[in-house]
Design a protein around this ligand. Structure first.
Ligand SMILES: Nc1ncnc2c1ncn2[C@@H]1O[C@H](COP(=O)(O)OP(=O)(O)OP(=O)(O)O)[C@@H](O)[C@H]1O
Length: 297
C-alpha cells in the first residue's frame, strides 16, 4: 500500500432510504494499477463507483481521489476519463462533434484524428450518433476514456456488445494508456477479462467487499483441474478422480505439477491414452460462484 493511492475508499456506506446498498467498503487503488471491482448483480458496485466518480454523495465514510474529495470536480475531472455503461451522446450530433464535446467537457487537450483512430471510428467521423451500430456507439463511449490520455480511467462494462476485434483493440488502447502510467478501474461481468488484465480484484456481494487480491491470491483456496477421457477398457487412474460423464474424468488438485506427473507416469506405464488431456488453473468463475452462494448479508 502506497502513501499516495490514486483512490482511497475508507468505510464507505451508501444507503437508499432504509436500504443499505454499500456497507463499510474500504479499498485503495495504487498509481498505475488496473483494479477490477467485480460482484454479483446488485452487489453495490455501481453505487460505490458513483460516489468515487463524484456523481453521488456517500451516506458515510471517506473517499479520496488524487487526495481530494470526488466532488472537487474542477480538480479531478481533467485528470479522469469515465466510460459509463451508456454515455448518452445526443443522436443528432456527428461522431466528430461528440468527440470534440468530450474535449470541451473534460478540459483535456487531444487531437480529434488521433482519438477517432484509437477508437476506430475515423470512417464514421461524419455519421450521426443515432446511425451508429451498438458496437460503434460503445467505441464512441470509449473515446471518453481515451481523450487526452487521462491519468485515471473508469471503465464500466467496457466491452459489452463489442466483437472480438473491437475488444482486442480496446484492450490494446488500455494497455498503451497503462504504459503511459494511467491508473484503471474496471467493472465487468466478463470474469475472463478481469482475470487476464487486472493487477488486483475486489469481489463484492450483498453490499460488502468479500475478497480482494491478485488472481493467484483469490484462486489459491480452490483446486485447479486436470481433465481427460479414458478408453472404455482402461484401468482406473491411480489418484482420486471423479468421472463427470461416461469416460471423462476430472481430478481436482492443489499440486498440479506433481499430480500431472503421477498421471502421465501411470498412463505411460500402462500404455493408456489420455484423450483430450487438459490441465486448467482455477478460474475466477469458481471463486465468484463460491462468493455468490454466500448469504447476501
Ligand atoms: N436509486 C436507487 N434507489 C433504491 N435502490 C437502489 C438504487 N440504486 C441501486 N439500488 C439498489 O442497491 C443495490 C446495489 O445496486 P448497484 O446498482 O450498486 O449494484 P451493482 O453491483 O452495480 O449491480 P449490477 O451488477 O446488477 O449492475 C441493489 O439492490 C439495487 O436494487
Amino acid at each position: 500500500m502506497s502513501a499516495n493511492p490514486v483512490i482511497d475508499v475508507d468505510e464507505l456506506n451508501v444507503s437508499y432510504g432504509d436500504f443499505s446498498a454499500v456497507r463499510d467498503l474500504s479499498f485503495q487503488v495504487e498509481p498505475g494499477e488496473l483494479y477490477a471491482l467485480l460482484g454479483t448483480n446488485g452487489a453495490g458496485k455501481t453505487s460505490a463507483l458513483e460516489v468515487i466518480e463524484g456523481h453521488r454523495k456517500a451516506s458515510s465514510g471517506t473517499v479520496r481521489v488524487f487526495g481530494r474529495s470526488p466532488t472537487d470536480r474542477r480538480a479531478i475531472r481533467p485528470r479522469t476519463g469515465i466510460m459509463l455503461q451508456e454515455s448518452g451522446f445526443a443522436g443528432d450530433l456527428t461522431v466528430s462533434e461528440s468527440v470534440r464535446l468530450i474535449g470541451r467537457l473534460s478540459g483535456r487537450a487531444d487531437a480529434l484524428d488521433r482519438v477517432l483512430k484509437v477508437v476506430d471510428l475515423t470512417h464514421k467521423a461524419d455519421t450521426l450518433v443515432s446511425q451508429l451500430s451498438g458496437g460503434e456507439k460503445r467505441r464512441l463511449d470509449f473515446a471518453t476514456a481515451v481523450y487526452g490520455r487521462p491519468e485515471l480511467i473508469f471503465l464500466d462494462e467496457p466491452t459489452t456488445g463489442l466483437d472480438i476485434q473491437s475488444r482486442d483493440a480496446l484492450w490494446d488502447a488500455v494497455q498503451r494508456l497503462r504504459e503511459d502510467g494511467s491508473t484503471v478501474v474496471l467493472t465487468t461481468h466478463y470474469l475472463e477479462e478481469a482475470q487476464q488484465r487486472a493487477d488486483r480484484i475486489g469481489l463484492m456481494h450483498g453490499g460488502t467487499l468479500r475478497q480482494q487480491g491478485t488472481v493467484s491470491e483469490l484462486t489459491r483456496a480452490l483446486p485447479a483441474t486436470i481433465q481427460f477421457s479414458l478408453p472404455r477398457d482402461a484401468a482406473t487412474p491411480p489418484m482420486h478422480s471423479a468421472p463427470v460423464s461416461g469416460s471423462t474424468y476430472v481430478i481436482e488438485t492443489f499440486d498440479m505439477q506433481a499430480d500431472l506427473k503421477q498421471l502421465l507416469d501411470w498412463a505411460n506405464a500402462h500404455a493408456v491414452e489420455l484423450r483430450g488431456l487438459s490441465a486448467a488453473p482455477t478460474r475466477l468463475d469458481d471463486v465468484f460462484r463460491a462468493i455468490g452462494s454466500q448469504p447476501a448479508s
